[in-house]
Design a protein around this ligand. Structure first.
Ligand code: B1M
Length: 213
């Protein structure tokens, strides 16, 4: 499978959105597991980010990388869905205001859905008030915020403040994640946890669901 992981990573880095479904189907037929194949695609995106930072890739390449990732996720998503179990609770998930990156958030949402959570995905560029309204409407006990832009980390604090203002903070746990998040940011913004990847996000929310039983 190591061989396929490298091939899948290379296809993402070469921004080949036509080839990605084919190589994934091949890898699945050879016995590959959907979560491992997702990891291989994510590794490709990390490399794309590095090439962008070094000036080798441009914004248009990032857009193509996003499309390649989406084409791949659409092949794997039904397989992850199959592992669904009884609902563990409701999570409101979004990318924060000012930030439109959604690939990582979508992966986290897919993995949480497969792990048995009801995921209310509010999309990208979501204002704090919308998060609060959704928590109230769905009686959610947890919020997941994705943020990739350092300039938008202040939006995390806005969500925390808005939940406090509506007296909802006490009953809601908040996890953050995304390329620019750090343990320092967790302390600064007063959220409860940081997930470095989708697998860790599932671990965090599952632990909270077990605690609240
Ligand atoms: Co943008 N972008 N981008 N971009 N982009 C980054 C984030 C950047 C690091 C690139 C770089 O300079 N190296 C940089 C941010 C620098 C910073 O602030 N620290 C950057 C920039 C600057 C920008 C623009 C400002 C560029 C411009 O316009 N000049 C612009 C901003 C637009 C906006 O949001 N307002 C912009 C635009 C875009 C595109 C639209 C072109 C495209 C996004 C397409 C889309 O999402 N639909 C894009 C892309 C593709 C990237 C990179 C290359 C890849 C992001 C990605 O999808 N990674 C990215 C470089 C990088 O991150 N290495 C970059 C793959 C994904 C699976 O990983 O999202 O980290 P990630 O999610 C992971 C974990 O972080 C974690 O789990 C996921 C799965 O393992 N995770 C969570 C994520 N959310 C979580 C939540 C959790 C727990 C875990 O709990 C709730």
């Amino acid at each position: 499978m190591k061989d396929y992981s490298q091939k899948i990573k290379d296809v993402v880095v070469s921004l080949d959105m036509d080839a990605i479904p084919l190589i994934l189907k091949e890898a699945l037929e050879a016995g590959g597991e959907a979560p491992a194949l997702l990891d291989a695609m994510s590794a490709g995106m990390v490399e794309v980010g590095r090439l962008f930072e070094e000036g080798e890739y441009f914004l248009a390449d990032l857009v193509l990388a996003g499309e390649t990732m989406k084409a791949g996720v659409s092949v794997l998503e039904p397989l992850l869905e199959k592992q669904k179990q009884d609902k563990k609770g409701t999570i409101v998930l979004c990318t924060v205001k000012g930030d439109v990156h959604d690939i990582g958030k979508n992966l986290v949402g897919t993995m949480l859905g497969s792990a048995g959570f009801e995921v209310i995905d509010l999309g990208v560029d979501v204002p704090a008030e919308k998060v609060v309204a959704s928590v109230r409407d769905h009686n959610a006990r947890a919020v997941g915020l994705s943020v990739l832009l350092t300039t938008m980390t202040g939006a995390i604090g806005d969500v925390v403040d808005a939940l406090h203002k509506e007296n909802l903070r006490e009953r809601v746990k908040i996890a953050i994640g995304g390329a620019c998040t750090t343990p320092e940011l967790v302390a600064q913004t007063g959220v409860d946890a940081l997930g470095k990847d989708a697998v860790e996000a599932v671990r965090i929310f599952s632990a909270w669901a077990a605690e609240s039983k």
